[in-house]
Design a protein around this ligand. Structure first.
Ligand code: ADP
Ligand code: ZN
Length: 215
């Protein structure tokens, strides 16, 4: 299976991808996670990307496309992948189409997780992540058992810098101007599936699981 998840920040792309990863035995590839790893490791890419990320702006296409070219040719992606956070611009989508052509691969589905802006702001401002294992929590919907401590690995649970409200508003504006045009890009070629993702997430999970039966 080769699937792309698109949707505004906070639509639940990362959560859903992590939840169904085992079912499909595909690589879960999150550009946000990859970039954050580069920032923590202090790589050249991380240094270039950090300012854009902190402001809630997009990292330049060229950097992302190079990073993804390398990532998609890793052995674990050969059996399929679920892309979370990429592509995020029409330029990136075109580059992905080219890359997949070169590799003689086809996309199985592009799934849009549809969520209203107000829901996004509510969710992201209460989102917390484990700084060690990446587990995702929510102070309202899914709090940690002990305050600030990860249920999974006992690591420290924190708020991402870009989950502060003014940055969230900027990320949403960027989503509407740069990423929303992808919906039409994929719809035109009949590859888009829309799923309402404002609820608890079960509908999205069931939908993603059902793609396997279609295939
Ligand atoms: P979100 O919760 O907004 O989906 P991500 O973890 O996917 O957040 O991404 C965090 C940040 O990393 C983005 O705000 C952006 O700066 C950068 N980023 C991630 N993926 C891309 C991409 N495909 N193109 C450009 N920038 C990206
Ligand atoms: Zn953890």
């Amino acid at each position: 299976m080769r699937i792309i998840l698109i949707g505004p920040p906070g639509a639940g792309k990362g959560t859903q991808a992590a939840a169904i990863k085992g079912k499909y035995e595909v690589a879960h590839i999150s550009t946000g996670d990859m970039l954050r790893e580069n920032v923590s490791a202090g790589t050249e890419l991380g240094l270039e990307a950090k300012g854009f990320m902190d402001a809630g702006s997009l990292v330049p296409d060229e950097l992302i496309i190079n990073m993804m070219r390398g990532r998609l040719s890793q052995p674990d992606a050969a059996g399929g992948f679920m892309l979370d956070g990429f592509p995020r611009t029409v330029t990136q989508a075109e580059a992905l189409d080219e890359l997949m052509d070169e590799m003689s691969l086809a996309l199985d589905a592009v799934v849009l997780l549809d969520v209203p802006d107000e829901t996004v702001v509510g969710r992201l401002s209460s989102r917390r992540v484990c700084s060690s294992c990446g587990a995702i929590y929510n102070t309202k919907a899914h709090p940690t058992k002990a305050e600030g401590i990860c249920d999974v690995c006992s690591g420290g649970v924190i708020q991402r810098d870009d989950d502060k409200e003014d940055v969230i508003r900027n990320r949403l504006a960027v989503y509407h101007s740069k990423t929303a045009p992808l919906v039409e890009y994929y719809d035109k070629t009949g590859r888009l599936h829309r799923v309402g993702a404002a609820g608890a997430g079960d509908a999205v999970r069931r939908y993603l699981e059902s793609l396997k039966d279609v295939k």
